[in-house]
Design a protein around this ligand. Structure first.
Ligand SMILES: Nc1ncnc2c1ncn2[C@@H]1O[C@H](COP(=O)(O)OP(=O)(O)O)[C@@H](O)[C@H]1O
Ligand SMILES: [Mg+2]
Length: 592
């Protein structure tokens, strides 16, 4: 937390000084009242210091003149206090907004770096809630917790000092409510933490549900399941409402308890103080000052305890934010990683075993077992196998989305764990099975891996990917903005943009995971022709079900249930008559 406060130390010091000033104005506020009651109305003689002051002011020697000056003094203290608090709040809001933004930026940066296993376990909507909403906790802490706490503490000390000079016993009774307030906090604190944790978790789950179902509207409508999903939403809504209500009820009970404590405290003091006035220990004006202080004291005390309630909520939301910031699930880099400048492109898997869950879990089953393979620079390797055989998992190790349980993956003889992640990934061009397009222009999408590429280069890549023609027909050609999820493009068009992106990046290692599944065989053949032309120097891995593509590969790897069942060329594997031949015969490979 401190790290976020430090850059704003100057502003926050100013806030503190102004809060002191504000507290001073607050302390001065009841005194004109005393002057009016004791010296104007009751007609007591002025004490020496006040008489001296009155001597300096015109007309202050008559009761009406004194009344006028008391009113002026009252107005000055009010205006002073209002102005100071206005400035204080403006500074706080400015600082807090800045801090919220900084925090949000940092959480987003962190989320981008966190490994896919982290993202595999957190719903997008929940993370959106954290990065977009929960970060506002900072603002809450500053303006609803820290500020009232400071003001209350300052006023408390100042008022106690003044009150104790008027009447020590009464002053002690007045501050006796403080421990009572703390007791109430102790009673309600745990309940508040529990209920607010649940509240924000449910809120995150709700965001996740909304995000996922809104992304799935075509499927929902296609299956005519609007009502069904609506009902699911409402079930979650009930949960959320319940959680919100519980949290609100607890803090309401707590707030009312503090109001009760302070209210009873005031009644007791009124009784005691009235008795003191009757005894002649206090003047009526003093009692008024006392009661005014009490009101002024209990208000910030109430707000502090309320804001401690807010603070409890803040802590739970803050935890959600810091859980992201403190998450260690990055694929770790060595302290001094090797920078791979431009790889030759030799890829080796050495006895690799891998699963998505860490080995400490006894139940964990590997997805890939004892895979060893070797691809020479410039070679094309085709990977075939039934769905779920582990093809995508295999290549995800090559970009180090995950680390193997055992064995190693090497590029040019470097274990991937020794390389800087950035330089590793600069050397790999990737077309994922699922195409990701970004809410940017088509040109920017193609140039995603090389933002400095010229328009001519972008067009060249698009031509090679057979994307140029349809891009030109888009309303604004290459400058057309792609809607969320590329909704306006067909699956095949999206794939071709992703392929153009990989071609433009021109990395020494090219990975294509079923890159053309949404294209017809003819287009696929043409694209592959263009790629193998452009990528003569790249080591290429391609996962495909199309024979025409697989056939051209220098080697074919057949995966079966996470094991490398066979490897060889098309002819040799057909001749062997095992896994590949089986796939071929049963037309798992489209024979085109
Ligand atoms: N992110 C993931 N977390 C957990 N299991 C996964 C994940 N991705 C894939 N799997 C599992 O790993 C196995 C291999 O999947 P995958 O490599 O995608 O197969 P393929 O690409 O050959 O169809 C499957 O059983 C799949 O359910
Ligand atoms: Mg796959």
């Amino acid at each position: 937390m401190l790290r976020y406060v430090r850059p704003h130390a100057a502003s926050l010091t100013l806030v503190f000084v102004l809060a002191l000033l504000g507290a001073a104005f607050e302390l001065a506020r009841p005194w004109p009242l005393k002057v009016v009651v004791d010296y104007v109305l009751v007609g007591q003689a002025l004490p020496a210091w006040l008489a001296g002051l009155a001597g300096l002011l015109p007309y202050a020697d008559s009761p009406r003149g004194l009344l006028l000056w008391a009113v002026v003094a009252g107005a000055v203290t009010v205006i002073g206090s209002v102005l100071t608090m206005l400035v204080v709040r403006m500074i706080i809001v400015t600082v807090a907004q800045r801090m919220v933004f900084d925090l949000s930026r940092e959480v987003f940066a962190r989320l981008q770096r966190l490994s896919l296993s982290f993202h595999g376990r957190h719903a997008v909507g929940d993370l959106v809630q954290r990065v977009g909403q929960d970060v506002f906790v900072v603002q809450g802490v500053l303006s609803a917790v820290a500020l009232p706490a400071i003001v209350a503490a300052l006023s408390l000390v100042g008022m106690f000092m003044i009150m104790s000079r008027l009447d020590l016993t009464l002053a002690l009774v007045a501050v006796a409510v403080v421990p009572l307030m703390l007791a109430a906090l102790a009673v309600f604190g745990r309940q508040m933490t529990a209920s607010s944790t649940r509240q924000w978790q449910t809120q995150g789950a709700m965001m996740a549900f909304l995000q996922q179902s809104l992304s799935a509207v075509p499927a929902i409508q296609g299956f005519a399941r609007e009502r069904y999903v609506q009902r699911k939403l409402e079930e979650r809504g009930d949960d959320l409402l319940d959680a919100h209500n519980q949290a609100t009820f607890v803090s309401l009970r707590y707030n009312q308890a503090t109001v009760l404590i302070t209210g009873l405290g005031t009644a007791v003091l009124l009784g005691l103080g009235g008795a003191r006035v009757l005894d002649g220990h206090l003047s009526a004006g003093d009692l008024l000052v006392f009661l005014a202080y009490l009101a002024a004291l209990y208000a910030p005390l109430n707000s502090v305890t309320t804001s401690i309630g807010a603070g409890v909520a803040a802590v739970t939301r803050g935890r959600r934010v810091f859980e992201v910031l403190d998450s260690q699930e990055e694929v770790p880099e060595r302290p001094q990683p090797v920078e791979l400048i431009r790889a030759r492109g030799e890829v080796v898997f050495d006895d690799v075993t891998f699963g998505y869950w860490q080995n400490q879990d006894e139940e964990a089953l590997p997805v890939l077992e004892q895979i060893s393979l070797r691809a020479e620079p410039g070679q094309i390797t085709a990977i075939v196998g039934a769905t779920g055989a582990g093809k995508s998992s295999l290549i995800s190790l090559l970009v180090r989305f995950y680390d193997p349980w055992s064995g190693s993956v090497r590029i040019d003889g470097h274990d991937l764990r020794d390389l800087s992640l950035r330089s590793l990934r600069e050397n790999v061009s990737l077309v994922l099975q699922e195409t990701f397009l970004f809410p940017m222009s088509v040109a920017e999408n193609i140039a995603f891996g090389r933002p400095e590429a010229s328009r001519a280069e972008i067009v060249e890549a698009a031509r090679a990917a057979h994307a140029h023609r349809f891009i030109e027909r888009l309303p604004e050609g290459y400058d057309t903005q792609i809607g969320e999820k590329g909704a306006t493009l067909s699956g095949g068009e999206r794939q071709r943009i992703a392929i153009a992106r990989a071609i433009l990046k021109d990395a020494p290692i090219l990975i294509l995971d079923e890159p053309t599944s949404a294209l017809d065989a003819h287009t696929e053949a043409q694209i592959f022709e263009a790629i193998s032309h452009l990528m003569k120097n790249s080591t290429t891995f391609i996962i495909s079900h199309r024979l025409s593509t697989i056939r051209r590969a220098d080697q074919i790897l057949a995966l079966e249930n996470g094991r490398l069942a066979e490897q060889g060329t098309h002819e040799s594997l057909l001749a062997a008559g095992r896994v590949y031949a089986h796939l071929y015969k049963h037309q798992h490979l489209a024979a085109l």
